[in-house]
Ligand binder design. Sequence first.
Ligand SMILES: [Fe+2]
Ligand SMILES: [Fe+2]
Length: 310
Amino acid sequence: MNAISKIFSSDRYARCVEVSKRVRWDIEQDVIRGRRFDAAHKFLPDGLSLPHSFTTLSVDEKRFVSQIQGRTYANVFGLVERFINAKVLELSHDHWFGDQVALEALVRFSDEELKHQALFRRIDAMVGDVLPHGYRFDVDPNNVAHAVLGKSTWAVLTLTLDIELFTQLHFRESIEPDNELSELFKDVFLFHWKEESQHAILDELEWIRHDAGLTAEQRDRAVNEFIELVAAVDGILQAQAKADANYFAATCGRSVDEAEARGIEAAFLKAYRWQYIHSGAQHPHFGKVLSSLITESQGQRIQAALATLQ
Ligand SMILES: [Fe+2]
Ligand SMILES: [Fe+2]
């Protein structure tokens, strides 16, 4: 890294610390504020839950689908934030005896992700209070974190930037005019986004810093590992789409035949792939940073892999 880009990134770490202090929020006092969820509302906005894909369902059933997806949203974030936080703590070692502002930025990032996991556990329990029994999310965040952190830092940071950028798009979808959307869930998107915006900047700074130390061969292997991580995320989404479709069929109050059940499962999977893979991978900034680090043929390898997940 040359002297000018060092000063530039030092400035960006400082700005992240400043904004982190300014936007800091409390789970109970700022987000929950004594409220409960109401099953009369949608929990996820249409731009994420993709109700049009659930072609056989009534309006009320589509609202129920958005509530199931809302509970899964809390669980998926609780899951990914486990490995993101561990990776951030690991990266902070590089700054222990260096840039103390960068170290503070990463410590705050970690502290915020621990708080977000607590928020999402709270949201999972609160949604559970107003939905029928029988919902399942059987993926263990620690097992996933161990598997993810077995891949190279470059691959993990690529996946992390994808995730932290899509929380920005999710927030934008949540502020589209929609009177039926839960005000409490809208606040979850709003407050999460406030802190995630700094995380996305830090991911990029750390990714570029780490990338500068890699050889072309190491980077090429890391591209493959990123593709493997996306496939692993997709495996989790496939299992959860099946679990959520089964839960819907068991609790929707009418019989769902085999063909309809398959259609509902496919619609859940389409929504989850959009929420957790494509909304980040298609983010213009993700594409811009990624293409600045890799070759054209590596980019094509990634695009080809993503295209199989439609
Ligand atoms: Fe977060
Ligand atoms: Fe984050």
